[in-house]
Ligand binder design. Structure first.
Ligand SMILES: *Cc1c(COP(=O)(O)O)cnc(C)c1O
Length: 273
C-alpha cells in the first residue's frame, strides 16, 4: 500500500502541464459563451467545467485541486471512490472538491457512490433512482448513529441527479440503454424526473447527454436543448444541461449547455487497456 502522501505526489512539470491545459480549455469555454448564433443570449448562465480525471491518478487530481480546480468527473466507482478518499488528505474542509459521477452505474454501486458524489449525471432508469435514494437514506442513518461520515451531498440538502438521455435516432432508441453511449429513451425523461422528485433524498437538476458518434454535434445538441425545454416546463428548477466534451464543447455551449465534461484536452490522451 502506498501512503497517501505518495499517492498524491506530483511533479512540478505535470502540475504546469495540467494548469496550462486547464487554462486553455477554460478560454475555449469563455469564448463559446459569447457565441449567440445558437440559443445563448447575454443572460445565459455561466458554463461549469467538469474536469474528467478517469484513467488518471489521484496525484493529478491533487495537482489540479492545489491550483484551485474544484469540479471533477469520474465514470467508474472502482476508480472514483479511492481517488475521492485520497484527496481528503489535502482537501480543505471549508472548500472541498465537488465530484460528479458521469458513467453507467450499476445499482449495487449506489451505496459507494453516495459517499463521495455530489451529483450523478448518468441517471437513466427507475431502479437506479430507487437504489440511490435508499443508499443515501442508509448513509444518513449511519451518520446519525455516529458510525460513518454523512453522504457528501447532505451539505447541499440532496443528491443532485441529471437524467442521461440517448440522442441516438428514435428508431434505435428501444435499444438505447444497450448502446455504447447510454441514456434513457427521450419519451421517458418526465417519468424519471417525477420519480427523482418523489424521493426526499434526491433532486432533479436537469439533463445530460453524449453526442452520438458520427452525428452532426450541432443537430444533436439542438435536439437536446428541445428536450431540456420539455423537462423545464414541468420542473422549472431542473434547468441544467450537461453536454459537450473535448471535441464538441463549442457546439454544446452554442445549444445551451450549462456544464461541459472535459477529459483528454486537460489530462492528456487516455491509455485504454
Ligand atoms: C470520458 C468522458 C468525458 C470526457 O471525454 P473527453 O473526450 O476525454 O473530453 C465526458 N463525458 C463522459 C460521459 C465521459 O465518459
Amino acid at each position: 500500500m502506498m501512503s497517501e502522501e505518495q499517492t498524491l505526489k506530483y511533479t512540478s512539470e505535470r502540475a504546469q502541464q495540467l494548469a496550462d491545459n486547464y487554462a486553455r480549455v477554460m478560454t475555449r469555454v469563455r469564448d463559446a459563451e459569447a457565441d449567440t448564433s445558437g440559443v445563448r443570449t447575454e443572460h445565459s448562465p455561466t458554463v461549469r467545467l467538469v474536469t474528467v480525471t478517469k484513467f488518471f491518478p489521484a496525484s493529478d487530481v491533487a495537482a489540479l485541486y492545489t491550483q484551485g480546480v474544484r469540479i471533477f468527473g469520474e465514470n467508474r466507482d472502482q476508480e472514483a471512490a479511492p481517488k475521492a478518499r485520497a484527496l481528503r488528505a489535502i482537501e480543505k474542509p471549508a472548500d472541498p472538491a465537488y465530484w460528479a459521477f458521469i458513467g453507467q452505474l450499476q445499482t449495487n454501486k449506489a451505496k459507494s457512490v453516495v459517499k463521495y458524489a455530489h451529483q450523478v449525471q448518468s441517471v437513466d432508469r427507475a431502479s437506479l433512482i430507487d437504489s440511490l435514494a435508499k443508499a443515501y437514506r442508509n448513509q444518513v442513518a449511519r451518520y446519525e448513529a455516529g458510525e460513518q461520515d454523512a453522504p457528501v451531498a447532505l451539505s447541499q440538502g440532496a443528491l443532485e441527479c441529471l437524467i442521461q438521455v440517448s440522442l441516438e435516432a428514435q428508431a434505435t432508441a428501444g435499444h438505447a440503454s444497450e448502446g455504447a453511449r447510454g441514456g434513457t429513451d427521450q419519451d421517458e425523461i418526465l417519468e424519471l424526473a417525477e420519480r427523482i422528485e418523489a424521493q426526499e433524498e434526491l433532486r432533479c437538476g436537469g439533463i445530460m447527454a453524449v453526442a452520438p458518434l458520427g452525428a452532426n454535434p450541432d443537430e444533436s445538441f439542438e435536439k437536446l436543448w428541445e428536450l431540456a425545454q420539455g423537462l423545464r416546463a414541468e420542473f422549472p428548477h431542473a434547468d441544467q444541461i450537461s453536454a459537450g466534451m473535448s471535441a464538441d464543447l463549442e457546439a454544446a455551449i452554442r445549444w445551451g449547455s450549462t456544464c461541459v465534461r472535459v477529459g483528454s484536452d486537460i489530462m492528456g490522451k487516455r491509455d485504454y487497456p
